[in-house]
Design a protein around this ligand. Structure first.
Ligand SMILES: Cc1cc2nc3c(=O)[nH]c(=O)nc-3n(C[C@H](O)[C@H](O)[C@H](O)COP(=O)(O)O)c2cc1C
Ligand code: SF4
Ligand code: FES
Length: 646
């Protein structure tokens, strides 16, 4: 691949459909405000004119490099920035210039929710419809907004649902022209929408917050850059790569992205591959409803994440790292950009790091959007500039990954565990856990709790302690009815199981999973069939459609649950539905290509197991014990939610 280097620009211009990240030639000097010196990669604000992502050579330390995938997305983003959407004539021009068939451009552009193929309305209002926002009145807010804008022209305003925006702790979240607003009311959303229609520039609220002090940071609060990265400094001297693997193995570190795969095994596999070109990828896509811990870690511990990635490079022999981040995480993108520049200046990244003969460089790749991009092989496809459709496995990315090269892919939290273990030792790590579990865990808590947020707790802490002590208990003096230990993929557990511990085995034994630590809490006013439908619908919306069991199965399940929430199903039909549901669940679990299709039945299966009487009441007696279903609002809500994907 070409080694051309580019400066990184974040554009928040008036014509922007959002703060679009793209690459610009270093030689084109922008007029906007530099946040860093011109000799280093820059993050700029305030441009309204897109700069061409093209022909540029340079040799900036730590620079972001444009590659095949970036070029496609950068060109598409630049066109969208100019026009607000991707006009056919522009795509045809791009196809000629890049000698890429038009169908290929179209197939990529039509896959990602970030791109618009038709002109958007002046105010594109998207209300998050997923778990945490649903529990916080998103459905009612959307219905209210529809009423407020009734009679508006479609070219002025369009109101739609959208999948989780990564602000589950500040629900309900709304995106207006790709700017994200948190804790919204219909009145506030209307005000912003109307100013967008008038053509006023709208601004996302500044989410600046003080750095949190975390136990996980071995360098302590306020450490200088020279005091940080101590593990890398020592490792470059000692070159004790095998020792790193041995320590990670002894610590029993497992992946924090959901699957819990042993990290030392993954790194060892890549290390053993004879190919001289290898990659390290950090998965910061974090798009499952309720999952917000990586956003917190990137905000407060960016240096640990980058140190973890450098260590992975040193141990496996990879010279390049890519940090794949979801496009709604603007602030974190800036924080990480700053940290990468600091590391480049300090010689921790780039050629011959810390005066050694080892090269390792890092770049940030901004996701074009979609939950499926978090699946590791889909993420690789996205970086390569394709539709984010998961690959068949094996081969695994450790053998054949990014650009067909051996690739380590880990979650943000997995990477930050590595310097912790190496700096403080495996005994320290083991002692951080409770009840025999090891290490610390960042969990996001959202839904019906008094203090939603991200908390750093010992692994093995009980859910009771997390929900009642850290998150302040159930809001408004109500009682706990159920909780999802990790978003929709973990299914729901009843309040009677609240003493289950945050631990891989304990949660698996409880019929659930630790997953990514996205605890979603439901109080006693919640209808569990409604919550199962909400979760299954999320999977239906986010299925990439590559394989039939998931594409068709998730739609069939959604149709069935919608029918159940409407009641009046004859008993023989209900029995047939239940048998079909089991068959579908088995088929999806066994034959779906990736984890999305395999896990999609979990929410309804868990509700059938723990809340069967509630479902029977809906289906057989047309009664919703919580008074949520069978209302006009619920029905119109469902009608609006169909076909959520733009
Ligand atoms: C649909 C889907 C979405 C996923 N999203 C993420 C994600 O946002 N972040 C993440 O780290 N892992 C996600 N994963 C898991 C990754 O495929 C992969 O297992 C993980 O990044 C490996 O890192 P770890 O070993 O450190 O956990 C997802 C998996 C699936 C099936
Ligand atoms: S299981 Fe679903 S999301 Fe995964 S590859 Fe198949 S269709 Fe796509
Ligand atoms: S922001 Fe709505 S569920 Fe995450």
């Amino acid at each position: 691949m070409p080694e051309n280097l580019f400066a990184y620009i974040v554009c928040g211009g008036e014509k922007s459909t959002g703060r679009v990240a793209f690459f610009a030639a270093r030689c084109e000097k922008p007029t906007g405000r530099y946040l860093q010196g011109a000799s280093l990669p820059v993050v700029c604000k305030g441009f309204s004119t897109p700069l061409r992502a093209a022909h540029c050579n340079g040799n900036m330390p730590g620079a972001f490099r444009a590659r095949r995938g970036d070029v496609i997305f950068d060109d598409l983003r630049a066109i969208q920035l100019r026009h607000g959407f991707l006009p056919k004539a522009e795509l045809e021009g791009l196809s000629r210039r890049n000698q890429t068939p038009l169908y290929q451009l179209h197939s990529v552009a039509s896959f990602y929710p970030h791109f618009h193929l038709v002109p958007p309305a002046k105010a594109e209002i998207r209300v998050c419809a997923d778990l945490s926002c649903h529990l916080n009145g998103a459905c009612e807010m959307r219905a209210d907004l529809e009423r407020r804008f009734a009679g508006s022209r479609p070219e002025d305003v369009q109101i739609r649902d959208v999948s989780c925006l990564g602000r589950c702790d500040h629900a309900p979240a709304v995106s207006i022209n790709d700017h994200i607003f948190m804790g919204m009311t219909a009145e506030h959303a209307e005000q912003i929408g109307r100013s967008a229609i008038r053509g006023d520039e709208i601004h996302e609220p500044d989410p600046q917050q003080a750095r949190a002090v975390c136990k996980a940071d071995p360098y302590g609060d306020g450490a200088a850059q020279s005091e940080r990265y101590g593990v890398v400094r020592k490792l470059v001297q000692s070159r004790a790569w095998d020792d790193v693997l041995a320590q990670l193995k002894a610590a029993e570190l497992r992946g924090m992205g959901g699957a819990g795969f042993p990290t030392s095994m993954k790194w060892d596999l890549v290390r053993k591959q004879p190919d001289p070109i290898k990659y390290v990828v950090c998965n910061a896509d974090e798009s499952e409803p309720g999952t917000i811990k990586d956003r917190f870690i990137m905000t407060h511990l960016p240096h640990l994440l980058i140190e973890g990635m450098i260590i992975a490079g040193l141990v496996t022999g990879a010279k390049r790292g890519i940090l794949y981040i979801r496009h709604e995480y603007h602030l974190q993108e800036e924080i990480l950009g700053e940290e990468i520049r600091r590391c480049s200046r300090a010689g921790l990244l780039g050629k011959k790091i810390l005066g050694s003969d080892i090269d390792f460089d890092l770049e940030v790749f901004v996701s074009p959007g979609g939950y499926i991009c978090g699946e590791e092989s889909a993420l690789i496809e996205a970086i390569e500039g394709h539709r984010a459709e998961p690959r068949n496995k094996p081969p695994f990315p450790g053998q054949i990954g990014l650009w067909q090269k051996p690739t380590v892919i880990n979650n943000v939290e997995t990477f930050i565990n590595v310097p912790q273990i190496l700096a403080r030792g495996t005994e320290w790590f083991a002692a951080q856990g409770a009840g025999g579990s090891r290490g610390l865990k960042f969990v996001g808590v959202s839904g019906h709790v008094a203090r939603p947020g991200v908390f750093e707790v010992p692994m093995g802490t009980s859910m009771r302690e997390v929900i009642y002590n850290h998150a302040g208990g159930i809001r408004g003096g109500r009682h706990l009815k159920a909780f999802a230990p990790s978003g929709p993929s973990s299914g729901y557990l009843p309040a009677s199981m609240v003493d289950v511990r945050l631990d891989f085995k304990a949660l698996a034994d409880a019929g659930s999973m630790l997953g990514s630590g996205a605890i979603v809490v439901c109080d006693d006013t919640t209808c569990m069939l409604d919550m199962a439908l909400n979760a299954v619908r999320f999977y239906r919306n986010e299925s990439c459609g590559k394989c039939v069991p998931c594409r068709v199965g998730s739609q069939k399940m959604t149709d069935m649950l919608v029918r159940w929430t409407q009641g009046g199903v004859p008993e023989p039909q209900y029995r047939a539905d239940l048998a079909l549901l089991d068959e579908l669940s088995q088929a999806m679990g066994l034959t779906s290509i990736c984890g999305l299709g395999q896990i999609a039945p979990a929410p309804i299966q868990s509700v059938l197991k723990h809340f069967r009487a509630e479902i029977d009441a809906h289906v057989l007696k047309s009664q919703c014990p919580s008074g949520i279903c069978f209302t006009a609002a619920a029905r119109s809500g469902e009608a609006q939610r169909v076909g959520i994907r733009p």
